[in-house]
Design a protein. Structure first.
Length: 220
């Protein structure tokens, strides 16, 4: 797949086996590709591109395909064969999300009950006074947590939502690379990218082993 599509971010597989791929770099001007294995040999032999924007998040829920850029969340209506009904006119569900160029990808998950959860990564390593500067203390409370460093919850079917329409569902997470809703426990599970360089920045406190093991990246 990567040989043909380059920088693949997240993928989602429909119940009938159709695969949707989200790219961080456009291929032929398209950031989302629909792949179909028609002959059952385990290889895609038909592909269709749409969505002229890059990004990370992609998910299917209740008859819609959801996809994210680094600032917005879109959704596309699907038919019963998981074809995109109108690929050129998606609904914009969320807009105006923070993009400072660092940890700016917007991973998403849906709970099947009308809510979409969006990662908004922190635009710093560990909320230091001077980012990635040796000995620079952390800020407490961390001032960027009002708009980054956590998970925000929005409605999956309301157009043009902004921060004011959402709920800060979880905070203190540097950058959640992947997340998914667990229907068995009725809760959100996440996998985050922790902070870097604890030993490099504070060698009097952390040795290299502790730095590797304690890089949790939690903000307060």
């Amino acid at each position: 797949m990567s040989e043909h599509f380059g920088r693949t971010r997240h993928i989602v597989v429909a119940p009938n086996g159709v695969v949707f791929v989200k790219l961080s770099k456009l291929k032929d001007g398209k950031g989302i590709w629909r792949l179909v294995d028609k002959n059952g040999d385990g290889k895609a032999d038909d592909s269709t591109g749409f969505g002229g924007y890059t990004g990370t998040g992609i998910a299917i829920s209740r008859g819609y395909l959801y996809a994210s850029s680094n600032e917005e969340i879109y959704r596309y209506k699907l038919d019963d064969k998981f074809n995109v009904v109108n690929p050129n006119q998606p609904e914009k569900i969320v807009t105006g999300l923070l993009d400072r160029g660092e940890h700016n990808t917007k991973s998403i998950a849906l709970d099947g009950k009308g809510n979409i959860y969006v990662n908004i990564g922190a635009y710093s390593n560990a909320c230091q006074m001077k980012d990635r500067t040796k000995g620079s203390p952390g800020m407490k409370p961390c001032p960027i947590l009002d708009s980054a460093g956590g998970i925000w919850k929005f409605k999956e079917d309301k157009a043009n939502q902004t921060y004011g329409d959402g709920e800060r569902y979880a905070t203190g997470l540097r950058n959640v690379v992947g997340l998914d809703w667990n229907t068995a426990t009725n809760s959100l599970f996440v996998m985050q990218h922790g902070r870097d360089q604890l030993h490099d920045l504070f060698p009097d406190i952390w040795d290299t082993k502790q730095s590797a093991e304690a890089a949790g990246g939690v903000y307060v």
